[in-house]
Design a protein around this ligand. Structure first.
Ligand code: SF4
Length: 505
């Protein structure tokens, strides 16, 4: 879909207008100025007088005579920087642009103009500013055109997060650790994580693990020297249970030896996402090291779907491994489901919920399928038939109702680009079984040090809140060649953010 925008020359408008258009159409191209091939022409009149911005928009479809219109006016407070002033103008333009596209398509966007990953951060910001709940809701509605339904969802999540982590806003002097293990039995079709097939690659796994042990030791040493505590540790990937039981044992031993005050870490999670990696020996090791929380991910309870997405395990195996983990004392298990997998509609998803009913994991994360650019599914989109917007919404409603009936509450959410139906991913949990790491990473309240292959670090300045990202190499080969250099770079960033004198206790 080609969209011509007349009346705006500042290139900074292009990306937000494109992101909003993508909520309505697949693969849009936005042109600021004339384009004779445009499918839709949008004229935007922007009028800024003193402190009021007025925007009016008209939209015409090529070859059509009907004109769709919208207008919006907003006062802008005085004394803003150029950047903040532009943000206000951009929001006003987004506002009318969304309205006119809603009128034209008949599609109502419950998330309004928001296209970012972490909407709940906006609600936390209002809480931190001490803004009264009612006023915060009306501001969110006005500023972003959010629906009441999504505002309520955000509010209930924020309330629960603050109940589960009462010191959420003062965790900046501690850190969390993410450990990335980039191997899986096979690669799923929708996956863009660093996940390399493990079979027959033991040499590569050995070198990777020696790099990982090095990073854990060096990072732990630095944290101990500075007296910085760890709030949570998360082993992800890939599938961290792809490696052998002995390798897992050595890794957790390293964690206990190298990391500071391991007994006071609030939560350690190990993703055991692929049931085909779980064995009694590995479960013994997890128990030996008191791992609090694991994830066993069905994604779907329909065997044909699992085959179509390349998971190479059966529904029966998921159920068996869940019971095995339970019988061996794992009492905080998360399970992931995905709405909108190829070939799945309401009846398949209802079946997945019915099966979940029999297992009752402590938490259930409901993802909505997203077409990530680098995945096999996106590259061969025509091979994968997925549900339309209205069926996707129905499946999301089923998940909401099912979780409510079974006493699961939503405790974190995030959104992705190209997500089916412009919906969201929501983590639900039984009482007191929420994952603290998931809350911390979504709300960006403290530094997360990424260790291992493809691990992304997010450094958050404890004083200013400024965020700096840093990624380790994604493939094991470059990781194995460069892990020392990457460790040094990360420690240099930490040195700057947590200088010795201010953190010594
Ligand atoms: S199990 Fe997870 S990390 Fe591994 S290939 Fe599948 S989606 Fe990717």
């Amino acid at each position: 879909m080609k969209i011509q925008i007349d009346g705006l020359e500042d290139e900074r408008f292009k990306r937000p207008l494109q992101n909003i258009a993508n909520l309505f159409f697949e693969e849009t191209d936005i042109f600021l100025g004339q384009d004779s091939d445009a499918d839709i022409k949008v004229e935007i009149l922007l009028d800024i007088k003193e402190n009021t911005v007025t925007v009016s928009v008209s939209l015409v479809k090529s070859g059509d005579s009907e004109v769709y219109r919208a207008a919006y006016s907003k006062e802008i407070e005085e004394g803003l920087s150029e950047k903040d002033f532009f943000t206000k103008v951009k929001n006003a333009v987004s506002h009318v642009y969304l309205s006119v596209l809603q009128n034209f398509t008949g599609i109502y966007q419950k998330w309004g103009v928001l296209t970012g990953v972490r909407p709940t951060k906006l609600m936390h910001k209002k809480v931190r500013m001490g803004i009264d709940r009612e006023l915060a809701h009306s501001q969110l509605k006005e500023e972003y055109m959010l629906s009441d339904e999504k505002i309520e969802l955000m509010q209930s999540i924020v309330d629960l997060q603050l109940k589960v982590i009462p010191d959420l806003y003062t965790l900046q002097d501690e850190v969390s650790i993410y450990i990335g293990i980039p191997f899986c039995p096979t690669k799923c079709a929708y996956c863009t994580f660093p996940a390399y097939a493990i079979l027959g690659k033991q040499g590569r796994v050995d070198s990777f693990l020696s790099g990982l042990h090095y990073e854990m030791r060096e990072t732990g040493k630095w944290l101990k020297e500075r007296g910085i505590k760890i709030t949570t540790v998360y082993f992800g990937g890939g599938t961290p249970t792809s490696i052998t039981a002995e390798e897992m044992d050595l890794l957790y031993e390293e964690m206990h030896q190298s990391f500071p005050e391991v007994s006071s870490i609030r939560e350690v999670t190990v993703e055991a996402g692929r049931p085909d990696t779980i064995t009694p020996e590995k479960l013994e090791i997890l128990k030996k090291w008191n791992i609090d929380r694991i994830s066993i991910n069905p994604q779907s309870y329909t065997n044909e779907t699992l085959k179509a997405i390349g998971r190479h395990h059966s529904v029966e195996e998921t159920i068996d491994k869940f019971h095995l983990a339970r019988s061996m004392g794992m009492n905080n298990i998360n399970m992931d489901l995905i709405i909108g997998l190829p070939g799945e509609g309401v009846s398949e998803f209802q079946h997945s919920l019915d099966e979940t009913d029999k297992l009752m994991p402590e938490s259930l994360t409901v993802h909505t399928l997203s077409f990530k650019r680098a995945s096999e599914m996106t590259r061969n989109k025509e091979k994968y038939k997925v549900a339309d917007r209205s069926e996707t919404e129905q499946m999301m409603s089923l998940a909401e109702n099912w979780t409510k009936q079974h006493q699961y509450a939503p405790y974190y959410l995030y959104r992705q680009k190209n997500i089916l139906g412009n919906l969201e991913n929501v983590g639900y949990s039984l009482e007191n079984q929420e994952s603290l790491y998931n809350i911390i990473i979504m709300e960006e309240v403290q530094t997360i040090i990424g260790i291992g292959c493809g691990a992304a670090s997010k450094f958050i300045d404890p004083k200013t809140g400024h965020i700096q990202q840093f990624s380790n190499p994604k493939d094991p080969k470059s990781y194995n060649e460069n892990f020392k250099e990457y460790t040094e770079k990360k420690i240099a960033i930490l040195e700057e953010l947590y200088p010795a004198q201010s953190t010594q206790k």
